[in-house]
Design a binder for this molecule. Structure first.
Ligand code: FES
Length: 110
């Protein structure tokens, strides 16, 4: 899967929004939701859509040591850094976005 993006850093959230949770959901466009995921000091951003059956990943279990998310629907696992599908039934990657933090704000390359 790939998205048409403008390759621009956009401010999407603040670090404070991830104070009491490790995952927040944001809507970028009509058909595009993302998840911002915090593991330690690292921030990851993925599209909120499993590549297996296009279901939401928001209830997916995060494995902090492996930096993966497991889809709650049929158990596919994805690498949060690369988007790569690591376990069936998914075989194609999910969309990911580069992130950076500046002045307590989270930006994604979109
Ligand atoms: S929709 Fe995610 S594994 Fe099937």
């Amino acid at each position: 899967m790939s998205l048409n993006t403008s390759n621009t850093w956009i401010e999407i959230a603040t670090i404070d929004e991830l104070k009491n949770t490790n995952k927040i959901k944001k809507k970028l466009a009509d058909n595009l939701e993302i998840l911002i995921i915090k593991i330690g000091n690292a921030i990851f951003c993925i599209e909120n859509k499993c590549s297996h059956d296009e279901k939401s990943l928001e209830d997916g279990n995060i494995n902090e040591s492996k930096k993966t998310i497991e889809c709650s629907h049929h158990g596919a696992i994805f690498d949060l850094e690369t988007g790569k599908a690591l376990r069936m039934p998914a075989v194609t990657p999910i969309n990911i976005f580069k992130t950076k933090i500046e002045n307590n704000k989270i930006y994604i390359l979109f």
